[in-house]
Design a protein around this ligand. Structure first.
Ligand code: AMX
Length: 444
């Protein structure tokens, strides 16, 4: 029995009461009107309100995103998490185990509690043989994200929740097997991601998980980078900052939506991954590196600012987006970008690609402002992750979104547990046809 589960069992009754109180006090208060424009999205450059943008619609406890300040995990900013969460011996980045504990409980765990999670996840890490076979049969030309989603969906074969539901579990107990599935899901992702990496880019042979090492160390080992302590530290930071970005982004929302049908966490998170695989969302971290490499090919490695500017303009004039810039909610430089930039300044200040990323940072926002369309000209998380991975030799860009997916499981899993604990109902927003909208407002 995990101590995290014990702590959850203590917290749940109080949270059920807390939600009751909030609803009694504020349940009938309004967030304001909904405009017809908000249903449509793209309208006109001057009155553009994209699909459901800003529409208050979901409860998501793990994190809240402020447009100016960026993400806070259970109220804690990224620098605060870096300071407060337990580290590995000799390390200085937070262990994602601690971040998961924080997302689930709202509390900073002890070193011992975090070690307990590392052990628990290592013990649960093995994946069924048939899932290994599914992955081994995938052609290496199938995008790693599609392979990832296939494998995660197939884990539903052994879902504790699906089984308990078939056996007639009572609603109030849903969270227990959901918790077990959430833990299994996170624990098994390294073996899935590692297998995809080795199948597509290596010889298909995979080392074993070390039961005494932390999650990121094991993940790095599966990719073949376990001996490189700086890379392991990077993964600890990477997973922590990519874990959660409140509930409305495509991957988080999809997981919650599918989970609301009482599909188990494997089915729900498989769906999240399919959303994360889109170029406007998680695929952007692959796209950034592709774009930077193309730029280097075109204008050389030590290009002048003028040449970089011209290249950025040519991207925009070609009707393409500058990947890694802009955000649906954020209106400042993403603190996840800042955390990665600080890591680079500490560990790889002279890396030529890092210099280019910095040069692009000095140039792109002004150009996006001048072009006048993007509401946020500043870089997001994806503008920086690829250069760090590349520096340590993980150069296969098509794989980057898989790492994002491993991280995103932490946030989605934490919320799925709470959704089942608090009895979140089936999600069912109302949709309208254009004819129905005309009819409603005919006389107004
Ligand atoms: N480059 C060029 N144009 C951009 C742009 C960018 N980086 N960001 C926004 N724009 C354009 C939009 O395409 C839109 O043009 P349109 O009116 O002709 O359709 C206009 O500016 C207004 O868009 P917006 O309201 O500022 O953005 P949005 O909320 O609709 O979309 C996002 C947000 C992230 C999809 C968009 O900024 C984008 O495409 N960025 C590049 C891709 C990227 O980095 N995605 C990763 C986001 C983070 C993540 O999820 N991992």
């Amino acid at each position: 029995q995990s101590t995290l589960k014990d702590r959850l069992a203590e917290l749940i009754p109080a949270e059920i009461e807390h939600v009751k109180q909030i609803r009694a006090q504020h349940g009938k208060k309004s967030f304001g009107p909904v405009l017809v424009d908000q249903l449509y999205g793209h309208v006109s450059p001057s009155s553009r309100l994209s699909s459901m943008r800003g529409l208050p619609a979901l409860i998501w406890d793990g994190s809240v995103l402020d447009a100016e300040e960026g993400i806070r995990f259970r109220g804690k900013s990224i620098p605060e998490c870096q300071e407060l969460l337990p580290k590995a011996p000799g390390g200085s980045e937070p262990l994602p185990e601690g971040l998961f504990w924080l997302l689930v409980t709202g509390e900073i765990p002890t070193q011992e509690q975090v070690t307990g999670l590392s052990r628990d996840w290592a013990a649960r890490a093995a994946i069924p043989e048939f899932v290994e076979e599914i992955l081994d049969r995938c052609p290496p030309t199938l995008h790693p994200m599609s392979q990832f989603s296939l494998a995660v969906t197939a884990l539903n074969h052994d879902s504790a929740f699906a089984k308990a539901y078939q056996d007639g579990i009572s609603k109030k107990d849903y969270w227990g097997p959901t918790f077990e599935d959430a833990m299994d899901l996170i624990a098994k992702l390294p073996n899935i991601a590692g297998r995809i990496y080795r199948n597509v880019f290596g010889d298909g042979k995979l080392p074993a998980i070390d039961l005494h090492k932390d999650y990121s160390h094991n993940l790095a080992t599966l990719f073949g980078f376990g001996e490189n302590e700086a890379f392991v530290e990077l993964l600890r930071l990477y997973i922590t900052i990519h874990s959660d970005h409140e509930g409305g982004n495509v991957s988080a929302h999809t997981g919650k939506l599918v989970g609301s049908a009482l599909s188990d966490p494997f089915l729900a998170f498989g769906a999240s991954l399919n959303g994360l695989a889109g170029p406007l969302h998680g695929l952007a971290n692959q796209e950034v590196l592709v774009w930077l490499r193309k730029m280097q090919e075109k204008i050389g490695e030590n290009a002048s600012d003028v040449a970089v500017k011209e290249y950025v303009w040519s991207t925009l004039k070609g009707g393409q987006v500058v990947p890694g810039y802009g955000h649906a909610v954020l209106r400042k430089t993403d603190p996840r970008y800042v955390a990665q930039r600080e890591f680079a300044l500490k560990h790889l200040p002279h890396d030529p690609l890092f210099r280019l990323v910095g040069q692009v940072y000095n140039i792109v926002p002004n150009i996006l402002l001048e072009a006048g369309k993007a509401k946020n000209p500043w870089p997001n998380v994806d503008a920086h992750s690829g250069v760090l991975l590349t520096h340590y030799g993980l150069t296969q860009m098509q794989f980057y979104t898989v790492l994002f997916g491993v991280s995103r499981a932490f946030g989605v899993a934490a919320q799925l547990i709470w959704d089942r604990a608090l009895g979140a109902p089936l999600e069912r927003p109302k949709s309208y046809s254009s004819a129905a909208i005309e009819k409603i407002f005919r006389d107004h």
